[in-house]
Design a protein around this ligand. Structure first.
Ligand SMILES: [Ca+2]
Length: 439
């Protein structure tokens, strides 16, 4: 084996971490699914940074988290540890406190600098300001109408990186349009007070094309420290949308990267392709409902897959994540989707779940309240009714835990608060805002 001088090894490692634009052409004829996908669940996910499990500690061993048999046993993982890693158990006793309830299918939490929270309600299109003690404001006035059917509605919310100066907040929603609907990203100035409102609403991004579908809107927002904004976009679930997930002329099934004013960063991977939507960062996703950055500021996502095919990815610029051409899982009807879970020119997921967890929401823990959780990935689980915890090493999953099963709740959102606690939303007509601390 050839030995590289140390500087070359370092250079090679660094180049592997860089965001070099590297467009991967995506054939338009690929990935025609055999049938419509029916009614799927949702998606999301996020892994850790460079830290993870300290190298001197032994990796977890033993059986995986108890779960049913795989839906598609004929699909083998591409590498050891791509699914069903050993189960792990949190040692710190956990306390779950209800902060507030009465939210109609809440979707997202964002913390204001004074530790109050913005909370969105999906079907009603309402946004609330909630104190750490659970007092809820009247619905913030001035938000545009949403198409609140199905997986649409008011989705994510983020506080702008320059909020202290600008008071700008950002949100995603299913925008009613002539001929259908589509995800939009808006921003506005939040005006606080007895009756809070937003002013100067600007739509900074519109997912195109417009299509009539109530499913797979995507919608997670992630700001990066260099001032860019990632937006995750679903493929609308119906066949007419699914076939566009690897087509760079469409926003469906993509991660996009924009500036906070909606303009296109000039180092995006497809800016020099006249056929492509220039906002595109990565292609071939199904419905990403979880997204977060790691300590190296790299984006991680979890997407709602088909039956037996939820996947954790680390989307890189210009790469193709394969949907609907490759992937694990099958249609909810039981019909096959993919001939193979892998194929040339398409990325393998870091991890997949069969059966699915139905991911939504994601955070990578950096707090002090649970030292044993540091750099672990937390993902909300809808159908799995769990808070999914992943222990990572070297960008691979090495341990998995399904927390809070005793709550019997669909977990839509998980964020870390400024106090190091985890804050969750449950998906229900009487949805709750929960706080997780040591007991
Ligand atoms: Ca994939």
């Amino acid at each position: 084996m050839r030995t590289l001088p140390l500087p070359l090894i370092v250079a090679a490692l660094l180049s592997g971490c860089s965001q070099t634009p590297n467009p991967t052409p995506t054939p338009e004829d690929s990935g025609v699914p055999q049938q419509d996908s029916g009614l799927p669940p949702d998606d999301a996910g996020v892994p850790p940074d460079d830290a993870g499990v300290p190298p001197e500690e032994p990796l977890p061993t033993g059986p995986p988290v108890p779960q049913g048999p795989p839906n598609v046993p004929e699909f083998d993982p591409a590498f050891p540890g791509q699914t069903r890693v050993p189960a792990i158990q949190t040692q710190t006793p956990i306390q779950v406190t209800e902060i507030a309830s009465g939210f109609r299918n809440p979707w997202a939490i964002a913390f204001l600098p004074d530790q109050r929270m913005l909370v969105t309600e999906k079907p009603t299109g309402s946004l609330y300001i909630v104190t750490p003690q659970g007092a809820k404001s009247p619905a913030v006035a001035g938000l545009p109408a949403v198409d609140g059917r199905g997986q649409g509605g008011l989705l994510d919310v983020e506080v702008g990186p320059d909020y202290a100066q600008s008071q700008l907040i950002y949100w995603t929603y299913a925008e009613p349009r002539q001929g259908g609907n589509g995800l939009a990203v808006a921003r506005a100035k939040l005006v606080d007070g007895e009756q809070p409102r937003v002013e100067d609403v600007q739509v900074i991004f519109r997912m195109m094309p417009t299509l009539e579908s109530t499913l797979h809107s995507g919608g997670r927002l992630v700001f990066t420290p260099d001032g860019k904004l990632f937006v995750t976009l679903g493929e609308r679930s119906i066949l007419a949308g699914r076939v566009q997930a690897r087509d760079v002329k469409s926003h469906f099934g993509k991660v996009v990267r924009i500036n906070p004013d909606g303009s296109v960063p000039q180092d995006n991977p497809y800016v020099n392709d006249p056929e492509a939507k220039p906002e595109i960062w990565s292609v071939g996703h199904r419905n990403i409902l979880s997204a977060a950055l790691d300590s190296q500021h790299r984006l991680w996502t979890v997407e709602m897959g088909p039956r037996g095919g939820d996947e954790l990815n680390r989307p890189e610029a210009g790469k193709d994540y394969g949907w609907p051409t490759i992937g694990y899982g099958e249609e909810y009807s039981g019909a096959p989707i993919h001939e193979s879970p892998r194929g040339p020119g398409m990325e393998q997921p870091v991890y997949y779940w069969d059966p699915v967890i139905s991911p939504s929401g994601m955070t990578i823990y950096t707090g002090d309240l649970f030292p044993e959780w540091r750099n672990n990935v937390f993902i909300g689980g809808l159908s799995s009714q769990a808070l999914v915890r992943l222990m990572m090493r070297d960008d691979r999953v090495v341990g998995e835990e399904h927390l809070l099963k005793d709550q019997g709740a669909r977990i839509r959102e998980v964020v870390q608060g400024p106090d190091g606690a985890l804050y969750l939303l449950t998906d229900a007509t009487n949805g709750k805002l929960l706080k997780v601390t040591p007991r």
